[in-house]
Structure formats: structure tokens, C-alpha cells
Design a protein. Structure first.
Length: 348
């Protein structure tokens, strides 16, 4: 990174749930120039970037990471000092019904992006090359499922169970290979389930909120005993910044949420929050319906975030009860965003 100009960070998947949070938080907290890349497909909403699009420090490129020529042009024109790679097909259910799109973006796209970054670093002078970083954002799902005890850590073997997690695991291996074979300065993070504003209502928390507000059934896979380790998306964005700024090249970091809860208890908490804010004729929990479990559904995920805390001094700040309440309040306060998200989902 040059000391004479603000850092220029290319964020793929910038119009998605985590990408739009990263853009908003980093525009607020840094002087960096942010370059967004997104196809603006069904999961990428221009509405999620509304404020960023008015900020001269943000530039959006509507492009596909699998398009090598387009990526080469973006790198040449924007001269980034770092890449934060968030673009992905991300919904497990869609990966079960249509894995090809996941292979295309999460593997073919990943390889195209890594190679564009590699060729770009070859054009940089020594100082800029030494400062360049490629942050690969991965998921706890690459590790497979846990039993009732233990947590995954950076040494856990990849054992993915869904087409989604298999493509994310493959992407991790590609990132590792571009580091080991070509010296690309890669770092990888593993995150648990995120929650917060601007998440499409095909994912559990916003889907439950939207359905409850519409008085519709609240579907829960199986008995709802599956346990997830929830991380507020603001915490995820700050963890990614810590790794980008202070992480060691070639290292991997688990971002622990420290908030394990079963899907059923989570939905019951959301219902209680909605009962307090939008009372209906019956408690919202009366709308809960157990539906057939997802094939290959992992029972429990949990991450040990102690390496990130020990080495980079990062821990999650938001408690689940407070974060969930703020999330419910955000969806209640943003019906226009929710309507746009439903329209986008209808086109998918
Ligand atoms: N949401 C979570 O709980 C979670 C947890 C761990 C890891 N992750 C990872 O974080 C990343 C972001 O997740 P998210 O929840 O924001 O997903 P998301 O689906 O909300 O956003 C993904 C974005 O990528 C864009 N995109 C998809 N294919 C593209 C392509 N070929 N070229 C350019 N852009 C493309 C989409 O338009 C969308 O804006 C993903 O890599 C995901 O695997 C997410």
C-alpha cells in the first residue's frame, strides 16, 4: 500500500448482504476508496447500496467475476491494493436444486478472479506488491457438521456436505494454491451464519420476520434442533477489516460468533420480539410449522475464534439478543427494501 494515497479496496459481491455492510461500514470508518464488483443478479440489490452510490469514494462495476476480460479491465483501471472476495452463490437450498450456478461462480469465478489478481500484482512495483492482499471469505460450512460438543478451528479438515459448501471448500483450495504456487498474498476467513439488515428473505431470519408480518406459516426444517453460531454482519465486516489490515499472509482465521442457538429457539425469540412490536390476534409462534428436513442438513456448526482474538485482538461486540432486536427493528423500518428484495427473489 502506498502511504501517499488512500488504500483502494476491491469488494466483490458488494451488493449482497455482507458486501453492502462492508461497503457502508468501511466508507464510514476509513478513508479508503472502495471499488465494488457485482452482477446485480437476484441476490445483489442496488437498493442495498443506495447511500454508497452517492459517495464519491465508491465505484460500482456491474460485472461477473467469471468474466476474465472484465476482471482484467477492472484491475487495470482501478489499481486496487486489496481484494475482499464476497461474490458467491450463497443459498444452500438453491445449491441442492441447481448446483451448476454454484460451480460456475464459486469455482470458475474464483479461479478467474484469483488469476486476474495474480496478473495485476505482476504489474505492481515492489512496494505496492508487498502491500497487496487477497482476502477469501469462506464459511464454517466447509468443515461439515459437529456433534453436541467441540468447535471447528483453523486446523479442522474440510468435509463439506452440500453443493454450496463443496464449492466454497474448493474455492478455499484454489486460494491456497494461488498463494503456494504463485505467491499471491492470500488470507482466508471462516465465518458462521451472519444476521442483520439487508439479508434476502430467502435466508432464515428475514424469511421468518417477513412471513410472520404477513401472517404466513413459519417453516422450520425438521425438529428445529439444528444449532448455528450466529454472528452479526457488522461484527463480520469489522473482523474482515482486522484480517485485511493485520492478518498474516497465507493464514486462515475463524470468526467466532460465540452465540450458539438452535433454529427453533431462534425462531421463538424472533416471534417474541414481533409479539412485542406488532402484536397479532395470536402469538406469532403459533405460525411455526415443522417441514421435511433439508437433505444432508448439518446438525451443528460452531467456530473457535480464539486465534483471531489472540493474534489480532478481535472479538465480536454484538450480543445475540440485542442484535436480533435491532435486526427485527430494521426490517420493520424498511418495508420498501423488503418489497424490493421480494421482487428480486421473484425474478430468480
Ligand atoms: N451470509 C452468511 O451467513 C455467510 C456466512 C459465511 C460466509 N459467507 C460468505 O460470504 C460471502 C457473501 O455472502 P452473502 O450472505 O453476502 O451472500 P449474498 O448472496 O447476499 O451476496 C452475494 C453477492 O454476490 C453477487 N454475485 C453472485 N455471483 C456473482 C458473480 N458471478 N460475479 C459477481 N457478483 C456475483 C450477488 O449478486 C450478490 O450481490 C459469500 O462468499 C458467502 O459464501 C456468508
Amino acid at each position: 500500500m502506498s502511504a501517499s494515497r488512500p488504500r483502494r479496496v476491491l469488494v466483490t459481491g458488494c451488493a449482497g448482504f455482507i458486501g453492502s455492510t462492508v461497503i457502508a461500514q468501511w466508507l464510514r470508518d476509513t478513508d479508503w476508496r472502495l471499488i465494488g464488483v457485482d452482477t446485480l443478479g437476484y441476490a445483489g440489490l442496488r437498493e442495498s447500496l443506495a447511500e454508497a452510490l452517492d459517495d464519491p469514494r465508491f465505484t460500482l462495476h456491474v460485472a461477473d467475476i467469471a468474466d476474465a476480460a472484465a476482471m482484467t479491465e477492472v484491475f487495470a483501471r482501478e489499481q486496487p491494493d486489496a481484494v475482499v472476495h464476497l461474490a458467491a452463490e450463497s443459498h444452500v437450498d438453491r445449491s441442492l436444486s441447481g448446483p451448476a450456478a454454484f460451480i460456475q461462480t464459486n469455482l470458475v469465478g474464483m479461479a478467474a478472479l484469483l488469476d486476474a489478481a495474480r496478473r495485476h500484482t505482476g504489474t505492481l512495483d515492489h512496494q505496492r506488491r508487498a502491500g497487496f492482499r487477497f482476502l477469501n471469505v469462506s464459511t464454517d460450512e466447509v468443515f461439515g457438521a459437529l456433534g453436541p460438543t467441540g468447535r471447528f478451528n483453523e486446523g479442522s479438515p474440510h468435509a463439506p456436505n452440500s453443493p454450496y459448501s463443496a464449492t466454497k471448500a474448493g474455492a478455499d483450495h484454489l486460494a491456497r494454491a494461488w498463494h503456494r504456487s504463485y505467491g499471491l498474498p492470500v488470507l482466508t476467513t471462516y465465518s458462521p451464519n451472519n444476521y442483520g439488515p439487508r439479508q434476502l428473505p430467502e435466508k432464515l431470519i428475514p424469511r421468518i420476520i417477513a412471513a410472520a408480518l404477513a401472517g404466513q406459516p413459519l417453516p422450520i426444517y425438521g425438529d428445529g434442533s439444528q444449532i448455528r453460531d450466529w454472528l452479526h454482519v457488522d461484527d463480520h465486516a469489522s473482523a474482515l477489516r482486522a484480517v485485511l489490515e493485520r492478518g498474516q499472509i497465507g493464514e486462515t482465521y475463524c470468526v467466532g460468533g460465540g452465540t450458539e442457538v438452535s433454529n427453533l429457539v431462534l425462531v421463538q425469540r424472533l416471534c417474541a420480539l414481533l409479539d412485542a412490536r406488532r402484536p397479532a390476534s395470536a402469538p406469532h409462534a403459533a405460525l411455526i410449522r415443522h417441514v421435511a428436513d433439508r437433505p444432508g442438513h448439518d446438525w451443528r456448526y460452531a467456530l473457535d475464534g480464539s486465534k483471531l482474538e489472540r493474534e489480532l485482538g478481535w472479538t465480536a461486540q454484538r450480543r445475540l439478543d440485542e442484535g436480533l432486536a435491532a435486526t427485527v427493528d430494521w426490517y420493520l423500518a424498511n418495508p420498501d427494501w423488503l418489497a424490493a428484495a421480494h421482487r428480486s427473489l421473484a425474478t430468480a
